[in-house]
Every structure is written in structure tokens, then in C-alpha cells.
Write a protein that binds this ligand. Structure first.
Ligand code: CA
Length: 557
């Protein structure tokens, strides 16, 4: 990647050791007012520039010597150069290919006697871009995100990932660690990411003999949750954060997802097999696809679609899969509705959006979606014998258990604090995205959190546009029509917010429209701008509606 003058200046400073510090103050001064550059400084710069361009990316240490690095509560268990272009992660038989040469550092951090946080830091051996990236996890985590590490070193980053402090376990046992090791729940929620960021930056600094110039967090789903947690709890860890489809309202998400599972698996008459989901989806599109002005299989804003599955209820001479049974109609309504408080009707967690039906997760009663069941079994009930079949939020006992779980775990697990003041004050930038066809985490949750941040920063102001402009100076949300959970879907679902974030943090270029693409069999067949909420992509009315060039960001029609 091309280097701007500012980066070159910084690399010059870094290459001057230990004498760099004397010049540091001078250069800082001159960078603020370039016209005051004195001739001698220019001369020094010119000389050092030659050296810097040669040494900028070179590690200062042998990779293997990082094994001797001493960091608090940390053991380095591996420090090995990987130079063959591929790497097979521990426990896997699938090699990751097309890798630049890197120094692989693995270790364990134990901030409490009950902690065992595995982490890896991958450090490019050549052409390090001078920056650090932390990458996120999925579900209940438990594994290092090797694929995401690979993606970052290909971009030139030094990158880190953690298993969040416990090993992955199959099925509903995925949250058993929290029952057996209470400190490991805190590690999962936030401590592991902070600890990993601190240690990984120190390792990068030791390796390259200078600290990373910028640090970014990139994650989706649990990774999006982890990014928001960092912004809220440890605002100094990252300068920029991409938080996709965040599971940040964790305890409520578990409640909402459990209710959606119960809606379809408890009673066989309520089950929604794939044929029923496809039937629902076709009916939604027939009713609502054209509301946005383009019949393209995608709803730009599903909130505008007033669809009731009742319309599909079997008549006297019909039978499934051509129609829905009364139980199926009620189940679908419950998934769309989300979880409401059985006492006062308050929305506890939003439902999935219309249009997402084909992707709804495994609703097979024999193996129901395990993530929320694991939460209720090992955390809320803390009972290895708990059976999800006995549970309903509308039962008195079920509701009491929900409330108990909220009071015990929300303060640990949830990343819903709208106070991003410290992150903002440090110059932090946050880009969040969410697919409207997300089948696991309701996209409305992203809107709810964004709106809570608007309220927080709005204070007593009443001009919504003014508040939006204010918050958008550091935090922008992109909703992706027709995108599934972090990937896939009928809408444009591939885009690069990391580059937009780099431009924002490093060059002050505020992200506007971000071009997303949709591909079929590897061939791009649709492009469309994603727009900063609450704007949407507006079609000009002329030309190809599959071409982003014919759209602008504007207000919803
Ligand atoms: Ca449409």
C-alpha cells in the first residue's frame, strides 16, 4: 500500500533509535506547520528517508527470539517463522494458502487463576504496513479466528486473535465453561479481548522496534459485539472499529433467539420446514418487493412491509406445503414479532425482518439451534439437567428465570452502553453494519443501539438532523438490504468497510456511500451503494438497477 508523507515521517522517526526521541519533538512541531520546516531538518529527513524506505518493514528481532519476551501473566508457547506460503492451524487438516511470510506467535494469558486465554499474533516478515488489527469471533467463540488472521496479514497488518479463554465444545455444551469457571465468562465477555490487544501490541512493538501507528478491530456477529464492547469498556485499545451484526445485547439476544426456537420446535404442528420458509418468502416478496421501486427480490427497508402470514393459512381444499397450518402461521408471527415482556408487552428483543425467511437457522426439533439453549442451560439455570422443552417465557417460572438472568449477567455480558464519549474523545471511529436478511441477530437491534447513542449524545437537543450530523462525525451505521448474517443473501453483501475505516481514521475522509456487490458463482451481477443510516440508496429511475452508478444516497421514499 502506498505511503503518505505522514506515514513516511513516522517511519523515519521509528528508524532513528535511540536518537529518534530528540527529533521527535521537532518533527511534530514542523508537521503541524509544514512551512516552518527548516533546511537542516529537511536535509536530515532526506538522509533518513533513504534508510527508512529500506528498513521500514524489517523486523528488529528474530521471530524465534520472541519466545523469550516477558509480558505480565503471559506465556509465549510458540514463536516460529512461517515462510512457505501456507499454514495449517492446530487441530485442523485444512491448510490456509496464499499467505505472506510471517512470524507466528502463540501464547496464553492468565489474568486470574481461573483464566486460560489462548491467543495468536501474526506478524508479517516483510512489508508490514505499520498497523495492528484485532479480529473477532463467532457464537460462543472458543477458537482462534485463523481465517481472519490470514486476511489481515495479506493486507499487511500485524494481527491478533484469541479463543476468548475457553475451548470450543459441541452443541449446547458450548457454554459449559461459564458454569464451571465463572471468571472465564468475564474473559469471554471482555477481558480476553482487552488483554490480547495489550499483549499483541507489545509483541508487535518488540518485533518491529516501534509501536503500531494505528489499531483496528474487525469483527462480525460475536466479533461485532466484541468491537462494541471494546469501544465502551476499553476505548484506548482501538482507533477504529468495524462492528458487523453485533450480538451486543447478549442476554436479550439469547432470550429472543430461544423464544424463536421454542416457537417452531416445541410443537411439531408449529414446525417450519424449508418449504414453509420458501412459501413465506415468496409471499413477502409478492406483497412488498416493489415498495422500494425496484422488483429485484430485495426489500430496501423491510419495516415498510406489512405482511401477515395469516394470508397463507390453508383453506378448506388446501394442504401444506402449498399453505401454512394455523400452528405455522402463529410460529412465523412469533419469529417476526420478537420477544415481548409477557407482563407489560415491552419489546425485550426485536424479531427477524421479513425477507429473511429462507435463512432461518436449524429449526429441527431433533437438534435445535444450540447457542441460546446453551445460555439458558449453563448460565441462567446453571443446571446440567435443564431441558429446554420445559421452558416458556410466558410461564411465571420462566419469566422469573429470565429476570434473574438479566440481573446477574446483563452487566457482564451486554455491550449496550451508549456512552461512547471516551472513544470519541480519543478520535475513535466506529463503522457498524447489519444485513436486513440476518437470520440470527435481528437487524433492528443495530438500529436500537444506534438510536440509543443518538439519544445519549443528543442530550437536551431536539433537532434530530443536528444530532445525527454530530454522531456521524465518529459513528456510522450501514444497513445492507438483502444481506444475511455477516454474509450471503439475495442483496449486495460483499463490501470493504475496513478500507473506508482506514481512510477515515488516517486521512479524515468521512465514509459516505460504500459500494456493495452481489455475486453468483463468482461473477458480480449486482452493485449497489450502502448508505449511512438513516439514508438509503435511491434509484435515479434511469439505466440498470443492478449498477450502483444509477443510485445516490438519500432519504427513503
Ligand atoms: Ca425491491
Amino acid at each position: 500500500m502506498a505511503q503518505g508523507p505522514r506515514e513516511i515521517g513516522r517511519s523515519i522517526l521509528a528508524s532513528l533509535r535511540p536518537g529518534a526521541f530528540a527529533l521527535h519533538g521537532v518533527l511534530r512541531q514542523t508537521m503541524r506547520s509544514p512551512l516552518s520546516l527548516t533546511v537542516p531538518v529537511v536535509a536530515v529527513l532526506a538522509m533518513v528517508f533513504i534508510a527508512a524506505t529500506r528498513t521500514h518493514t524489517a523486523p528488529a528481532l528474530d521471530c524465534a527470539s520472541l519466545a523469550d519476551l516477558r509480558l505480565p501473566n503471559t506465556k509465549i508457547t510458540a514463536a516460529q517463522p512461517i515462510t512457505g506460503g501456507s499454514f495449517t492451524p492446530p487441530g485442523s487438516t485444512n491448510a490456509i494458502a496464499n499467505l505472506p511470510s510471517f512470524c507466528r506467535v502463540a501464547g496464553v494469558i492468565e489474568p486470574t487463576s481461573d483464566s486460560h486465554i489462548l491467543f495468536e499474533v501474526w506478524l508479517p516478515l516483510e512489508k508490514w504496513n505499520g498497523k495492528f488489527a484485532g479480529v473477532g469471533n463467532g457464537g460462543w467463540a472458543g477458537t482462534i479466528s485463523f481465517g481472519a488472521l490470514a486476511g489481515q496479514i495479506r493486507r499487511g497488518y500485524a494481527a491478533a486473535s484469541t479463543n476468548t479463554g475457553h475451548p470450543a465444545m459441541p452443541g449446547v455444551d458450548m457454554a459449559k465453561f461459564a458454569f464451571e469457571h465463572p471468571e472465564q465468562l468475564i474473559d469471554f465477555a471482555y477481558r480476553s479481548h482487552h488483554e490480547t490487544a495489550i499483549k499483541a501490541k507489545a509483541i508487535a512493538q518488540a518485533f518491529y522496534a516501534r509501536p503500531p501507528e494505528h489499531a483496528y478491530w474487525i469483527g462480525c456477529s460475536s466479533g461485532g459485539y466484541e468491537g462494541l464492547m471494546e469501544a465502551q469498556r476499553f476505548p484506548a485499545d482501538y482507533d477504529g472499529i468495524v462492528a458487523g451484526a453485533p450480538a451486543n445485547n447478549w442476554t436479550r439476544l439469547m432470550a429472543g433467539d430461544l423464544d424463536a426456537v421454542l416457537a417452531v420446535v416445541k410443537d411439531p404442528a408449529s414446525n417450519l420446514p424449508q418449504a414453509a420458509l420458501e412459501l413465506l418468502n415468496r409471499a413477502v416478496l409478492t406483497a412488498c418487493d416493489g415498495i422500494d421501486g425496484i422488483v429485484d427480490g430485495v426489500l430496501d427497508d423491510p419495516r415498510k412491509c406489512k405482511f401477515d402470514p395469516e394470508a397463507l393459512k390453508c383453506t378448506a381444499n388446501q394442504s401444506p406445503p402449498a399453505c401454512l397450518t394455523p400452528g405455522q402461521v402463529e410460529a412465523a408471527r412469533r419469529v417476526y414479532r420478537g420477544l415481548k415482556d409477557p407482563i407489560n408487552g415491552t419489546q425485550l428483543y426485536p424479531g427477524l425482518a421479513v425477507g429473511s425467511e429462507p435463512f432461518w437457522p436449524n429449526r429441527n426439533p431433533a437438534s435445535p439451534f444450540p447457542i441460546p439453549i446453551a445460555h439458558y442451560k449453563w448460565l441462567v439455570f446453571a443446571d446440567p439437567n435443564w431441558d429446554w422443552r420445559t421452558f416458556e417465557f410466558s410461564d411465571r417460572a420462566g419469566y422469573q428465570a429470565f429476570l434473574k438472568g438479566e440481573s446477574k449477567f446483563a452487566r457482564i455480558l451486554n455491550a449496550t452502553d451508549p456512552n461512547l464519549r471516551e472513544f470519541r474523545k480519543r478520535g475513535g471511529k466506529l463503522l457498524q453494519y447489519h444485513g436486513w436478511c440476518d437470520q440470527l441477530i435481528a437487524p433492528q437491534n443495530s438500529i436500537d443501539y444506534y438510536e440509543s447513542v443518538l439519544s445519549f449524545f443528543g442530550g437536551r437537543r431536539s433537532d434530530r438532523n443536528e444530532i445525527l450530523r454530530d454522531v456521524q462525525t465518529f459513528y456510522r451505521l450501514y444497513l445492507a438490504p438483502g444481506m444475511g448474517h455477516c454474509a450471503g443473501g439475495p442483496g449486495p453483501n460483499s463490501f470493504d468497510l475496513q478500507t473506508a475505516l482506514e481512510q477515515w481514521v488516517e486521512h479524515g475522509i468521512v465514509p459516505g456511500a460504500v459500494i456493495a456487490t452481489h455475486s453468483t458463482n463468482g461473477v458480480v451481477d449486482r452493485t449497489r451503494p450502502l448508505c449511512p443510516y438513516p439514508q438509503v440508496a435511491v434509484f435515479s429511475g434511469k439505466g440498470d438497477s443492478n449498477d450502483a452508478a444509477n443510485f445516490t444516497c438519500g432519504n427513503s421514499r
